[in-house]
Design a protein around this ligand. Structure first.
Ligand code: FAD
Length: 386
């Protein structure tokens, strides 16, 4: 009987597979799709801290990012720029492939085109039912790790609840002209509740996308039309869509079960970026599992230490980001425009760039500092009510 079964060969599932296999455990990974990394539902922006910490391969880097332009509803532009690289734009499919290859090299076995349709508990192990479209198969192991991404029903089927707040994304590959920095668009008309983006990926190509509370494809089509009329985009590709959770699951563990990554809602609510936080939680999951293998104790109580540890590491960031996100979602374009005006007049972009809180993946400190710099928010909301 294998030690661990992993549902999902995204970056989180493959990272856990690599780590557990490297510790000598027998690991099997089930992936619904027939090709790892497809379909791509990601812009591939990875902060430098994440890239280095998880030793991501250089050959997946498409471009480096040292600056970004933030556009207000009326196209007022604030630029944040640093001397050093803040983030890498990577080929996301290549990342998933590279991480799966590392796991295979460490000894993990992959089953592609294999969907996990049920997980149930036995006396001395966990039972997983898979389907390859025509046949059902039963598999047994000591533990199962659910790393099945956004929208997976598996945590709910185990009584772990559902992600209660999420946002829908849509993205398209485009040909770009005259855009050589990441651009972000803030307007409730363009991307209700979130923001839109245009990311140069090198060679005259780019990714145009947005997150919105609903109908992301329609909003993206409108945004693309707008960018085309400004001459930033010439040719368009096919739209891909996907969601991201903005609030974690209430419970991310059960007896013999851990839920990690997007499936657990471990995503930065400020940007919708989930790769880094998912991988940080994957490391915590591996520590918990290693301890439970050593003590041969897979009880709910032992598994709960995973949730305690990841909440300690990320809880404050997730809460603050979530509150900021909800606050932004309530603002109208006039209020957003005012925020940009205040930021411009007070030189806030420059202050933030100089601040120790300016960190690509950690926004709690940055949010507090921005709130302080912007000034009296009560006044702001009362004066600019719609
Ligand atoms: C439009 C968009 C842009 C984004 N841009 C960024 C970005 O720039 N930077 C960033 O950090 N994050 C970004 N994200 C978020 C990022 O893609 C996710 O946070 C990340 O992929 C989570 O990794 P994961 O391994 O948890 O899940 P996933 O990458 O979703 O992997 C889950 C895997 O599980 C498989 N699976 C699902 N159910 C089953 C099942 N029952 N049986 C077997 N296999 C199953 C799926 O096929 C999938 O391969 C973006 C998301 C979207 C939608």
């Amino acid at each position: 009987m294998p030690d661990a079964l992993i549902v999902g060969a995204g970056p989180v599932g493959s990272y856990i597979a690599q780590k557990l296999a490297g510790l000598g455990y027998e690991v099997e990974v089930f992936e619904d799709h027939k090709v790892i990394g497809e379909p791509v539902q990601c812009s591939g922006i990875i902060g430098r801290e994440c890239f280095e910490r998880f030793d991501m391969p250089q050959n997946i880097v498409l471009t480096e990012s040292k600056s970004a332009k933030f556009f207000s509803p009326t196209d007022r532009c604030l630029k944040l720029a640093t001397d050093g690289v803040q983030a890498y734009i990577i080929d996301r499919k290549a990342l998933d492939e590279a991480m799966a290859q590392r796991a295979r090299d460490a000894g993990a076995t992959y089953h592609l085109s294999t969907k996990v349709i049920d997980i149930s508990m036995g006396d001395d192990g966990v039972q997983v039912t898979t389907s390859n479209g025509s046949n059902l198969e039963l598999h047994y192991a000591k533990v199962v790790i659910i790393a099945s991404g956004f929208g997976s029903k598996l945590p709910y089927s185990l009584g772990l609840g559902r992600v209660s707040y999420y946002i829908a994304g849509a993205q398209m590959e485009v040909d770009i002209t005259g855009v050589d920095e990441v651009e972000l668009y803030f307007s409730q008309r363009i991307a209700p509740g979130f923001f839109g983006w245009l990311i140069p990926t090198g060679g005259g190509k780019g990714l145009a996308g947005l997150f919105a509370r609903s109908r992301p494809r329609q909003h993206l089509s409108k945004m693309i039309g707008n960018l085309r009329s400004k001459g930033k985009i010439t040719t368009e590709g096919k739209i891909t869509a996907g969601g991201v959770p903005l609030k974690p699951l209430a419970r991310t563990y059960a007896e013999r079960v851990l839920v990690v990554g997007d499936a657990a809602g471990q995503v930065k609510p400020t940007t919708g970026g989930g790769v880094y936080y998912g991988l940080l939680c994957a490391d915590i999951a591996v520590d918990t599992l290693h301890q439970s293998f050593i003590s041969n104790d897979f009880s709910k109580k032992t598994m709960s230490s995973y949730q305690k540890a990841w909440r300690k590491r990320l809880g404050r960031e997730l809460k603050m980001g979530y509150l900021a996100r909800r606050l932004y979602a309530k603002m109208n374009d006039r209020q957003i425009e005012t925020l940009f005006k205040i930021a411009e007049s007070k030189g806030i972009a420059h202050i933030l760039m100089e601040s120790k809180n300016m960190r690509f993946d950690w926004h709690g400190g940055l949010l507090l500092e921005s709130l302080k710099q912007i000034g009296p928010w009560r006044y702001f909301f009362s004066r600019h009510k719609s």
